[in-house]
Design a protein around this ligand. Structure first.
Ligand code: DGY
Length: 324
């Protein structure tokens, strides 16, 4: 691959991708990448994008007008994620910078983790583990660590896209009743489409699967939490800012809802002394929805496919288009 001047295009990759994928990228372009296991500071990122035509970024690394100003040669941005709320796609489009993401390949891993959170909260797995390892397991006891059944419980899926649908498939196997909201309603076996208010009022478990966009920011706030049942559990593997985190903390503390399982937060990493990390009824994970070895290779591969296509003058396999 060559630029007009005959040189290979310069690319910055902000993290160490799986070795084989990084090698494929390095074979095609003039590659600068972050060798350390930590993110680049914003300052360093802005400095290192100055010469590049291609950029591979991770969730949470903001690509905005400031970065685009610092990268005057940029032609393509590939994010190693399906979510692209950290990329100002409209601004990229205005500057003829192509943007691509990695949908599809992480659907199953994320749906699996959603079910793991659901079971983890319903069956109190963290508390139960703690009880064993801290010597607070008295004996088999008919009243010890009682949790909730999934069978027959209602699961409300907010956002019946790829991941929401994969969660529904798994929930059917647990014999759950399933209701869902959908931007573009379509028939999915065993799922009844309802509006958000009905979903919140009916569901034992509410699981969020919408992208973060202006219209979904704080989609679940104090008013929505108040509509939920007092024994309901909220699961979020989508984006932290879909939930008003302060309102959720208050709802968990006051018993407005019974519990939460969270893989994502408004600020990541969440501070270990955040009240959400101290609540018995809240299971917190470090944004690992897609974190299986195979899935992360597939995501990195797809991001590199997107980048190389655009730098070679072809359409990206998974382009992101600016919302109207
Ligand atoms: C995504 O792809 O958007 C995920 O949040 C990363 O795991």
């Amino acid at each position: 691959m060559e630029t007009l001047g005959g040189a290979r295009p310069k690319v910055l990759c902000t993290r160490h991708l799986p070795d084989a994928v990084l090698a494929r990228l390095a074979a095609a372009v003039d590659l600068d990448w972050q060798r350390a296991d930590t993110p680049l500071s914003r300052e360093e990122l802005l400095r290192r994008v100055a010469p590049v035509e291609g950029l591979v970024v991770m969730p949470g690394e903001t690509v905005d007008a400031e970065l685009l100003d610092a990268a005057p040669h940029l032609r393509a941005v590939a994010t190693v994620s399906v979510g692209y709320d950290h990329v100002d796609v409209a601004e990229c489009t205005r500057r003829a910078v192509a943007v691509g993401n990695t949908p599809g390949v992480l659907t199953d891993a994320t749906a699996d983790l959603t079910i793991a959170l659901l079971l983890g909260v319903a069956r109190r797995l963290v508390e139960a583990h703690e009880a064993v390892v801290t010597g607070r397991w008295p004996a088999w006891d008919p009243n010890f660590m009682l949790g909730r059944d999934l069978v027959g419980a209602t699961l409300g899926i907010v956002g019946l896209g790829r991941i929401g649908t994969a969660v529904a498939t798994r929930a059917r196997a647990f014999k759950m009743e399933i209701v869902a909201t959908a931007r573009r309603p379509r028939a999915v076996e065993g799922v009844r489409i309802v509006d958000l208010d009905e979903l919140l009022a009916r569901s034992d478990f509410v699981s969020l699967h919408v992208a973060l966009a202006p219209e979904t920011r704080h989609l679940i706030g104090a008013a929505q939490l108040a509509r939920m049942r007092p024994d309901a559990v909220l699961i979020n593997t989508a984006r932290g800012a879909v939930v008003d985190q302060a309102a959720l903390t208050a709802a968990l503390q006051s018993g407005t809802i019974a519990g939460a399982g969270l893989d994502v937060f408004e600020e990541e990493p969440i501070a270990p002394d955040d009240p959400l990390c101290r609540l018995q009824n809240c299971l917190v994970l470090p944004h690992i929805g897609s974190a299986t070895a195979r899935t992360r290779v597939a995501m990195a591969d797809l991001a590199v496919d997107n980048l190389l296509a655009a730098l070679g003058g072809a359409p990206m396999p998974n382009p992101v288009v600016a919302r109207p």
